[in-house]
Design a protein around this ligand. Structure first.
Ligand code: NAD
Length: 247
């Protein structure tokens, strides 16, 4: 029995990296998947390739930092699939610089996508979940929200905010049958860490008890678990998936 049969899932940032791997796992577990991303070419490609394999997958070009774009895509998902059971707030960006060099623009870009983007998606999707009295919301935080990181004032602020919103929404939405959790990935081999110097990555691997970088599938497995019926009584938590980097 597939763990996500008959479920409809929105995966933001689903065209690449962790989001793409999550979309593929969700489909393999029986879910219909709506990919929300700004990366149109990759998103369309994933949807087409998935449909050819017989899966239910649609791409909706969505900028999660825009409330209008998110509202439009929410309505399009309801029109296409009839309901929304799972929201994975996975879209994220980095604009790293030390505090001395970080511009207001770099600060604002990351806050707009990584923090306000999560707010926008929950704002638009929550009413549909509340109406059906069930739902799963899972937010991408980061290990750096738990310990800080050189050159990431904007990113760490946003991810720590996501953990705070996760706990708040767990309290607000529990009686509506909606669980809200976060995942804090360690360093995962995707395009996002492509800009991190090799010696920094080597240092991370040395400090990680499991002795390797994470793979997108490591995080996707966590998303599947938290979205499944097995996690029905888990809410307000942040699950670290980091090979033991922080505990
Ligand atoms: P990635 O860069 O490979 O993919 C991110 C996706 O988000 C891309 O497809 C991109 O187009 C999309 N995106 C960016 N801005 C968007 C917007 N405004 N609206 C919609 N989509 C948008 O990144 P990843 O490594 O797969 O990261 C996924 C999530 O995991 C992010 O939230 C990231 O912060 C978090 N995370 C990643 C790592 C890591 O080491 N890779 C570690 C901790 C947390």
């Amino acid at each position: 029995m597939s763990r996500l049969s008959n479920k409809v899932a929105i995966i933001t940032g689903g065209a690449n990296g962790i989001g793409k791997s999550t979309a593929e796992k969700f489909m393999a577990e029986g879910a219909a998947v709506a990919i929300w991303d700004v990366a149109e070419e990759q998103g369309q490609h994933l949807a087409k390739a998935s449909q050819e394999k017989g899966f239910q997958c649609q791409f909706f070009k969505t900028d999660t930092s825009s409330p209008e774009s998110v509202q439009q895509s929410t309505e399009a998902v309801i029109d296409t699939f009839g309901k929304i059971d799972i929201l994975i707030n996975n879209a994220g960006i980095t604009r790293d610089a030390s505090m001395k060099k970080m511009s207001m623009h770099q600060w604002q870009q990351v806050i707009d996508v990584n923090l306000t983007g999560v707010f926008n998606c929950v704002k638009a999707v929550f009413p549909h979940m509340a109406e059906q009295k069930s739902g799963r919301i899972i937010n991408a935080a980061s290990v750096v929200a738990l310990y800080g990181n050189f050159g990431q004032t904007n990113y760490v602020a946003a991810k720590a905010g996501v953990i705070g919103m996760t706990k708040t929404w767990a309290r607000e939405f529990g009686r509506k049958g909606i669980t809200v959790n976060a995942i804090a990935p360690g360093f995962i081999a995707t395009d996002m860490v492509g800009t991190v110097p090799q010696e920094v990555l080597d240092g991370m691997v040395n400090r990680t008890p499991m002795g390797r970088l994470g793979q997108p599938e490591d995080i996707a497995n966590g998303y599947v678990f938290l979205a499944s019926d097995e996690a029905a009584f888990i809410t307000g938590t942040t699950l670290s998936i980091d090979g033991g980097l922080v505990f």
